[in-house]
Design a protein around this ligand. Structure first.
Ligand code: PEP
Ligand code: MG
Length: 843
């Protein structure tokens, strides 16, 4: 029988709700209900604790013996804690857990009754979600806004009471989420509607973009409504469950169709968030290695022209059988992804499966087959149409999803043409146009030594999946890899260097590179948890930049000595309303606990420039990077910043915490920040700012670097943000790829500013670097030589950065730094710091 977890801010509330719900079940048939409510050791304080929720989930999973766990939450941070708990539990437990958007009491009562009647997880979840129905049916006519009449006489906004099953009901849904209604949220809409089909039908129209209406059961149609953040959709339903499904859609929309809240971002996504980290075009990301092997071509040789058309019945039968086989395979791949990579990546395969069941695509295939062509040709044409609709979308992320459509298309096409799945590829370097997720998860990483893509950047799901499986991926190689199968190639994914038909020297150079990296990586991992001392005894700290509790866990395992930068604007990046003080306290506490006893530097909202926050009002600016960014954004109204500082003060009373102010430019900025901190401490009920709370500023504006002696006086630390310091020093916007050769953090002007800060910072004020420079192992010694004593790197880079510093003497680092600062340009500096052999570019 399924088990249930109740997550509530209040123990009393949870206990009463459980007592009430259990009355719905005979004693011998009642499901196990675990409670995670209130805060440990703080009886009187209302709150939720992700660790406690994780423990309750684990107990519930054990008691359910595989039947699954339904989690019901009360409000706000209870949901956040439940989401965080999913990251904390064993993946095997997480895969059995479903968090319900249902109202707590009604949902719990419905879930207990359904479980007691033998209902499975799916049914209990659906019943819980429908828990509000009785109330809505009774009260909706008075509680919900009257539905404005539409031209066609059907109902307008609101969810009217159910009276007539033929009537069309409608509701407007606001689209949130970073990429709007992209494939995965769209898949959730389709899944929601599929549960009531075919008796109840739903159509969606994008009112803002004037697209639609489309059948909400068709993923290809829903995903191509071009519904972006801020758009409004009209959902119209008719049939016996019209009202229920609209209520579910309203719930789903309130959570950005399943994308909200998203406090935890995958590591790679967070690093990608930083445009300066992708300075080298075509490089998939840090942690990638090099590869040598013979080219294996995939995905380009599916020729449908030879497929002879049988009768329409025969063609449809073979097409249906191919679809069934493909669905079975996708279920296996989804399960594999769920086990190894987590729910987020697994959902890609759920979306693929939904695409395969898309009734619109089915109709198109049937129509084409009816015209006398083979199932393979009909399917190919249908997929091309659907992919074309994605390619025409405005949002680049949504556009990239055409790859998902093509991936599904190719899977079925292979089956129709009797071609092998690409996973049976023999060992070698796989060359593909684009790397789709299905291929990335099905690759046998022990024989496929690397992947080269002709098109596409590092943002594709496939690249992320392959890299997290340890497969080196070189992206965007273009025509350089239009070579016959069996051609020898070698590449270095970190530098982007590619050799086609390498000569002996080039081959040897890449072989040596791989050997060195392998040896260095194993040394680094063996000593990852040890502190760092250079050969001549200088102690240095290597910490991590994080944007979620999950990342903090990776960082702690990688040996990070605390977090040198918590990008809070990324932690809460997708929230539409500002997190409360309590919600922030929970997240910051969780991060602090994960890296304890090391400190955590919580940076205050770094909003503005390329980082808008939905809950911080902003005005249109001609030059946002030179506008109201960081601390400046709160000059007129500091309330949201004060809330954050109050949370920081509260966490700091019990844990080692630092507060870090971004975009500080003048002494007045420092004074104002400190005044706000004092006010926040007062609001937190503390007599003063906690003595142990260390206060620091980011140095990312040249003015602050030049005047570091004045600005840092009286502070506990400073941290140089080399990403912004480079863009402001070099007057080159950091995300603008056309300016890449100007916005180079290795320019001697930037290095001299870093050295100036280190030399002039007041005695006892340590200088750290938390920009991308600190994540590049090759630059660790240079930064130490310039005088930096704390490096805050991406979690995955921590072991190697430590290893590089251990292997050097501070004297040699200083010598290197002197030469670099005296260099003519970034190219000369690159020559000094590059540990790589001089390998050339693709040819
Ligand atoms: C920086 O500017 O280097 C920095 C660390 O801040 P962000 O990249 O978040 O702007
Ligand atoms: Mg910055």
């Amino acid at each position: 029988m399924i088990s249930i977890v109740v997550v509530s801010h209040s123990r009393a509330l949870a206990a009463a709700a459980v007592e009430l719900a259990l009355q719905m079940a005979p004693e011998d048939r009642a499901p196990a209900v675990e409670v995670a409510a209130g805060l440990e050791h703080q009886e009187s304080v209302l709150g939720t604790d992700a660790e406690a929720v994780a423990q309750a989930m684990t107990r519930a999973a054990e008691r359910s013996e595989g039947a699954g766990v339904l989690v019901l939450v009360d409000l706000g941070s209870a949901l956040l804690s439940a989401e965080m708990a999913l990251e904390l539990v064993d993946p095997a437990v997480a895969s059995q857990v479903r968090i319900s958007p249902a109202p707590l009491v009604e949902g719990l009562v419905a879930a207990v009754a359904t479980a007691a009647a033998g209902g499975d997880l799916e049914t209990a979840a659906a019943e819980a979600r429908s828990g509000l129905q009785p109330k809505l049916a009774q009260l909706a006519p008075t509680l919900l806004p009257p539905a404005p009449a539409r031209d066609d006489g059907t109902a307008g906004a609101g969810v009217p009471a159910q009276t007539d099953t033929t009537e069309v009901r409608s509701v407007e849904l606001a689209v949130g989420g970073e990429h709007g209604l992209h494939a995965r949220p769209a898949a959730r809409v389709v899944a929601c509607v599929a549960r009531v089909a075919p008796e109840t039908t739903v159509r969606l129209t994008n009112l803002t973009a004037e697209r639609g209406p489309v059948d909400a059961l068709s993923l290809s149609a829903v995903a191509t409504l071009d519904a972006q953040r801020g758009h409004v959709l009209l959902a119209e339903a008719s049939g016996p469950l019209a009202q229920e499904v609209l209520v579910e859609l309203v719930d789903l929309a309130a959570q950005d169709f399943g994308d909200l809240p998203a406090p935890a971002q995958p590591l790679a996504a967070t690093e990608r968030m930083d445009p300066a980290s992708s300075a080298e075009p075509g490089v998939a990301g840090s942690g990638l290695e090099a590869a040598i092997g013979e080219v294996v071509l995939a995905g380009t040789e599916l020729d449908v022209s030879d497929a002879l058309a049988g009768s329409a019945e025969e063609e449809m039968a073979s097409w249906r059988s191919a679809v069934d086989q493909a669905l079975a395979r996708l279920a296996e791949l989804g399960e594999r992804a769920r086990r190894h990579l987590g729910q987020g990546q697994a959902e890609v395969f759920d979306a693929h499966a939904l695409l395969l069941q898309d009734p619109v695509l089915h109709e198109q295939v049937e129509r084409r087959v009816g015209e006398g062509i083979s199932a393979a040709s009909a399917w190919e044409a249908t997929i091309e149409d659907a992919a074309g609709r994605f390619t025409a979308l405005a949002d680049s992320y949504q556009r990239e999803r055409s790859m998902d459509v093509r991936s599904v298309g190719e899977r079925v096409l292979r089956l129709l043409l009797g071609k092998e799945e690409p996973e049976h590829l023999r060992g070698g370097i796989l060359v593909v146009d684009e790397l789709d997720p299905a291929l990335a998860i099905s690759l046998d990483a022990s024989v496929v030594t690397g992947v080269i893509t002709r098109r596409g950047g590092a943002t594709g799901h496939g690249v992320l999946i392959a890299t997290s499986r340890g497969v080196p991926v070189l992206t965007g190689a273009g025509a350089a890899v239009n070579v016959p199968e069996g051609t020898l190639v070698a590449f270095d994914a970190r530098s982007g260097d590619l050799f086609v038909d390498p000569d002996d020297d080039q081959l040897q150079a890449v072989e040596d590179l791989i050997d060195r990296r392998r040896a260095e990586r194993s040394r680094a991992l063996a000593q990852a948890l040890d502190p760092v001392r250079t050969q001549d005894g200088q102690a240095l700290a290597v910490r991590a930049n994080v944007a979620s509790v999950a990342e903090a866990r990776v960082a702690a395992r990688a040996g990070a000595q605390g977090c040198g930068l918590v990008r809070t604007e990324a932690v809460f990046g997708q929230w539409r309303t500002a997190p409360t003080v309590q919600q922030q306290v929970e997240v910051y506490t969780a991060i602090a606990e994960v890296v304890a006893p090391h400190p955590v530097a919580i940076r205050t909202w770094d909003v503005g420039g390329d980082k808008p926050l939905l809950f911080v009002p902003s005005e249109q600016e001609a030059n946002p990077f030179l506008g109201a960014r960081g601390v400046r954004a709160f000059a007129a109204d500091p309330q949201i910043l004060l809330d954050q500082l109050e949370a920081v003060c509260r966490v700091a009373s019990a844990r080692p915490v630092q507060v870090l102010f971004p975009m500080v430019t003048t002494k007045d900025d420092v004074t104002t920040a400190r005044e706000l901190l004092a006010q926040a401490a007062e609001r937190a009920g503390l007599p003063t700012v906690p003595a142990q709370l260390q206060v620091g500023i980011m140095i990312e504006v040249p003015a602050a670097a030049i005047q570091a002696d004045v600005l840092a006086a009286g502070l506990d630390f400073v941290s140089i943000g080399t990403n912004d310091l480079s863009q402001y020093t070099l007057a080159s916007e950091r995300g603008n790829t056309r300016l890449a050769r100007w916005s180079d953090h290795l320019e001697p002007s930037v290095l001299r500013l870093i050295r100036h800060v280190c030399r002039t910072a007041p005695e006892g004020v340590p200088v750290g670097v938390c920009g991308t420079m600190a994540s590049e192992p090759n630059l660790a010694c240079l930064l130490a030589g310039l005088g930096v004593t704390e490096l805050s790197a991406s979690a995955s880079a921590v072991p190697l950065v430590k290893e590089r510093l251990r292997g050097a003497s501070i004297a040699s680092c200083r010598e290197l730094a002197d030469r670099a600062a005296a260099a003519v340009d970034a190219e000369e500096v690159r020559g000094l710091v590059s540990a790589r052999p001089a390998v050339g570019t693709a040819r």
